[in-house]
Design a binder for this molecule. Structure first.
Ligand code: HXC
Length: 260
């Protein structure tokens, strides 16, 4: 399938790489771009031969936000009735892990898109921010809520109210990104693909279960979350991959997971 605003490739047999490709607008996230992104990710998620996905942009911009030119003349009645940006939520329905490889600008909706991913790796060139306040609005793609969980209230409040950008280094110190990779063009995508390949060597069922329980922590109390985790853990004893993984350990050989 060919897309207009994204590129989709298979850098590894079990890894799909989606590259935002609207360079003239610094990957501004227009509605047509987001529709393509959702379609590509949903397809990868459904494909049994795919185990993990990587999302990236260009060296200059992961994404400079929602498309301001598309938004600027919209009225409340339009955005409310037509559920403007509601399809951004589809990213959260994905079962398989999605890794963001961020270089350059990740602003507004671009920062929020990175935060919707399961893991973020940053290039030293990454510049994050929620500059919506400069446009007379606020984050609308989950930025305020997800940043709180990632970096705490005071920093979130500062960033949302001043709109200032923050560096890869800051994002890493604050725990918003897993780590800052080495310098060098393409390094962050390479690292993300290596990580995706590593995840792809595991049981897809166990990986999916791991993602599900980690995400549950956002919505449950500790007691509920612990019970949920234990039940999902118990459930994995019904899989061939649990038998294979534990047998392989006992026999001192590498596990050969069949995702069943
Ligand atoms: C539409 C955008 C854009 C955006 C950049 N462009 N960001 N178009 N929407 N979000 C376009 C510019 O208009 C310009 O087009 C081209 O991309 C290159 O951008 P420049 O500004 O010339 O580049 P530069 O001087 O290098 O500055 C880079 C920048 C700046 C600092 C990232 O572009 C910028 O501030 N962009 C806006 C960032 C922002 O406010 N994002 C939040 C959006 S609101 P032309 O045609 O002039 O060459 C948002 C809300 C999300 O995301 C809520 C719901 C999810």
């Amino acid at each position: 399938r060919s897309y207009e605003y994204i590129l989709v490739s298979r850098p590894e047999p079990a890894v799909v790489l989606v590259t935002l490709n609207r360079p003239k607008s610094l990957n501004a996230l227009s509605s047509p771009l987001f529709a393509e992104l959702n379609q590509a990710l949903e397809e990868a998620d459904k494909d049994d031969s795919v185990s993990a996905m990587v999302l990236t942009g260009s060296e200059k911009a992961f994404a400079a936000g929602a498309d301001i030119k598309e938004m600027k003349d919209k009225q409340y009645a339009d955005v409310y009735k037509n559920k403007f940006l509601e399809d951004w939520g589809k990213i959260n329905q994905l079962r398989k892990p999605l890794i963001a490889a961020v270089s350059g600008y990740a602003l507004g909706g671009g920062c929020e898109l990175a935060l919707m991913c399961d893991i973020i790796l940053a290039s030293p060139t990454a510049k994050f921010g929620q500059p919506e306040i400069n446009l007379g609005v606020i984050p609308g793609g989950g930025g305020s809520q997800r940043l709180i969980h990632a970096i705490g209230k005071s920093r979130t409040m500062e960033l949302v109210l001043t709109g200032r950008m923050f560096s890869a280094q800051e994002a890493s110190q604050w725990g918003m990104v897993s780590r800052v990779v080495g310098e060098g063009e393409g390094e962050v995508v390479k690292e993300a693909i290596t990580m995706a390949k590593e995840i792809a060597s595991k049981s897809q069922i166990a990986v999916q279960a791991g993602k599900e329980v980690v995400n549950a922590a956002y919505e449950m109390t500790l007691a509920e979350g612990l019970r949920f985790e234990r039940r999902i853990f118990h459930g994995l004893f019904a899989t061939n991959d649990q038998k294979e993984g534990m047998a392989a350990f006992a026999e001192k050989r590498k596990a050969n997971f069949t995702h069943s």
